[in-house]
Design a protein around this ligand. Structure first.
Ligand SMILES: [Fe+2]
Length: 348
């Protein structure tokens, strides 16, 4: 198991790099844009392929590294479904799992610091974002924060985890790196309250100044979608209306890039083939499933995903691999749904 806790001293942010083995797939939580070169170097040193970059919430004190990592590694960007960020490749909600090779995070919705705050449990540890900090809790006075919701997230979700669960937060300003559920329950001053009302009272009297970068970071973090002008200009995008007309025709084939869990939850476009995004390089390369499919049948590959980011990156990869007629469904299943496109349940 590879587990690295990386620190950005400017914003006091912890970023976590996780992989099950050297040479395998990796996932990163809460990357900071200024540190992206360092992450890329570390990924290269450990021979890791970054598959997913996850933010626990929209940050107010630093600009996320999600967009830069996606642009440089073609990884999947992940946030909670409540996030106001314009485009992330994949959205999760309470009870979902975020998976890569040999690693599985279970998703806990823990609003309060913001309305899009999530925690992720991985075996003996939990990544708490800014919901529960070491000897503190995330402020609740902006970004749709809500002290009542935070009390519920902490007392009824996080503190219900086993006592020995390790807590890895998104920030620490004192130099602490890790704690446990039992330790915070006993020693975290914010948690020594007798009622939800007492907690709300405590949180409403903190009178904290706004983070220095807030006016820059929040708008930047809401606009991390991948520019797709180049894809459109090449004629590699098709609209839902066009897709609807050609769906089912035998000169094209729809390729679903989403994870199994997304297919189960949201359904699939009838007649499409499942080829998960993380296997893309292998699938579009010479001898790969999609390479052979395109070559043998001369059918046009039409990629789709949840919002059109993975599919746009897939088109580029396919074009680079010599599949000249590949294109993608602009806006993904989200746009397909809004256009009233037909879906069917995914096969189990
Ligand atoms: Fe935060």
């Amino acid at each position: 198991m590879i587990f690295r806790q990386l620190f950005d001293s400017t914003s006091s942010t912890y970023t976590y790099l996780i992989a099950s083995r050297t040479g395998g797939e990796a996932l990163i939580i809460d990357p900071v844009i200024e540190r992206v070169d360092r992450y890329i170097q570390l990924l290269s040193d450990l021979n890791l392929q970054l598959i997913k970059a996850v933010d626990t919430h929209v940050h107010a004190d630093h600009i996320t590294g999600l967009g830069a990592l996606r642009d440089r590694t073609r990884c999947i960007t992940v946030m909670g479904e409540q996030s106001g960020a314009d485009v992330v490749s994949m959205r999760v909600s309470d009870g979902d799992r975020i998976e890569i090779e040999g690693v599985s995070l279970s998703v806990l919705y823990t609003p309060g610091h913001t309305d899009d705050s999530y925690s992720f449990v991985m075996g003996d540890r939990v990544f708490t974002g800014d919901t529960l900090l070491i000897r503190g809790t995330g402020r609740t006075d902006f970004q749709h924060g809500d002290a009542r919701a935070q009390y519920d997230s902490i007392f009824n979700k996080l503190l219900k985890l086993p006592d020995e669960t390790l807590i890895y937060p998104a920030h620490d300003y004192k130099g602490d790196t890790v704690s446990t559920i039992a330790e915070e329950r006993t020693h975290n001053p914010r948690l020594q309250v007798r009622s939800i009302d007492e907690y709300v009272e405590l949180m409403s009297n903190l009178n904290l100044p706004n983070p220095k970068l807030m006016d820059v970071a929040v708008p930047a973090n809401l606009h991390i979608g991948m520019p797709q002008d180049e894809i459109d200009a090449h004629g590699w995008s098709i609209s839902c209306a066009e897709a609807n007309v050609i769906a089912g025709r035998d000169d094209m084939v729809l390729i679903d890039l989403r994870d199994r869990s997304e297919r189960q939850r949201h359904g699939v476009i009838p007649g499409s083939v499942h080829a998960p995004y993380q296997d893309l390089a292998e699938n579009v390369g010479p001898g790969g499933l999609l390479h052979e499919l395109a070559a043998a049948t001369r059918r046009r590959l039409v990629f789709y995903c949840a919002y059109g980011e993975r599919s746009a990156m897939a088109v580029k990869a396919a074009q680079e691999a010599g599949i000249a007629n590949a294109c993608h469904l602009k806006g993904g299943i989200d746009a397909w749904n809004k256009a009233g496109g037909r879906l069917e349940p995914a096969a189990k």
